[in-house]
Design a protein around this ligand. Structure first.
Ligand code: AHR
Length: 345
């Protein structure tokens, strides 16, 4: 009898310990059970539809319009997805409010393009505390905040700046313009101050400039990635300096505005001033074909299919790579006309 009592006590203790462990690992509302975590650190998403909050920065360029349409269409076309969309209209405070509302609505995934690199840490911490995975699309946050997002898909902006400068070096050499000694005067239209593409395209171009000590950036200012900004700033550059040989624009939209300014100043864009920009929108392809611009480095905005695939992978419990790159080319007078009819943006 005494022995039976000991066995009973032992069974009771084991049941208590197991029960306690299950309680500790069990989920509070919204928290995931530890055992169900996938390699990405989030539990697989088993319900449908998967609710996706998409925070876009605005509609500053043709590129952005194509990007928004691609992501929205891909989400709409997928019966497993339900999208909540927010357009920040180029204001960071709007974007932070949108992210906060996604957290309050307990969306399953956040797709997020950061207007500028910094200033999002508190809201990203809120998303993390609510166990909502954040997938960056196109523009990333700064290095010190990247621990709060799961992955980034989009272009290598540093490489784009390097490609623009490499194309320029080759062109100047082939045209017999650069003897390596005479100064080459370059003006630069920067993108939105503090944004990832502006910071990285700035850097990438200068990486290559190190091999060309006679190149000089005589003026550099933001045109905010818009054609109005590009036109206004180029007008000011032209007033200050009539010897500009090259324009490097961080996007095509600003280059298109600058082309207007150059024409209005009585100069020939693409001839009197060599123009190299980034994106690959139809407008700049047409300008290259017309001889009014010289080169565009492609930056692919059609990120929708990749984004939807990543969400599916995440929902299936697969580990997402920390970086998902897009593949891009360089276009000038040698190949722009052939590519123009098939351009999608
Ligand atoms: O983030 C990508 C950049 O943003 C594109 O180059 C530009 O056109 C857009 O505004």
């Amino acid at each position: 009898m005494k022995h039976l009592g000991k066995v009973f006590l032992f069974v009771l203790i084991v049941a208590f310990v197991i029960g306690g462990m299950a309680f500790a690992g069990g989920s509070k509302e919204g928290a995931a059970p530890a055992a169900a975590m996938s390699d990405s650190g989030f539990p697989p998403i088993t319900h449908r539809p998967i609710v996706v909050g998409f925070s876009q920065i605005g509609s500053e360029s043709e590129w952005r319009t194509a990007d928004t349409a691609s992501v929205q269409q891909s989400l709409k076309d997928d019966p497993d997805m339900q999208m909540i969309y927010s357009d920040a209209q180029q204001k960071q405070e709007n974007q932070i409010a949108a992210l906060r509302s996604f957290v309050a609505r307990k969306v399953d995934v956040i797709l997020f393009t950061a207007l500028v690199e910094t200033g999002y840490r508190p809201v990203l911490e809120e998303a993390k505390a609510a166990h909502i995975p954040v997938i960056m699309i196109d523009r990333d946050v700064a290095k010190e905040d990247q621990d709060l997002r799961l992955t980034i898909m989009g272009s290598d902006f540093i490489k784009e700046g390097q490609k623009a400068a490499t194309w320029l070096a080759d062109y100047l050499k082939k045209q017999g313009i650069d003897d390596g000694k005479k100064s080459i005067d370059i003006v630069e239209l920067q993108g939105t101050t503090g944004s990832a593409p502006a910071l990285e395209r700035y850097k990438g171009f200068r990486d290559i400039m190190k091999d060309h000590p006679n190149w000089e950036i005589t003026h550099s200012q933001t045109g905010d990635f818009t054609s109005t900004g590009g036109k206004q700033v180029m007008e000011a550059f032209l007033k200050a300096d009539r010897n500009i040989q090259v324009l490097y624009a961080h996007n095509d939209q600003m280059a298109l505005g600058a082309i207007q300014a150059i024409k209005e100043a009585g100069l020939k864009p693409g001839k009197d001033i060599i123009i190299v920009s980034i994106d690959g929108v139809k407008g700049i392809f047409q300008a290259i074909v017309n001889g009014e611009s010289n080169c565009t480095v492609e930056c692919n905005p059609l990120l929708g299919p990749q984004a939807v695939q990543a969400i599916h992978d995440l929902a299936d419990g697969k580990k997402l790579p920390p970086r998902i790159w897009t593949i891009e080319g360089v276009y000038d007078a040698s190949n722009a006309a052939a590519a123009l009819p098939t351009r999608q943006y």
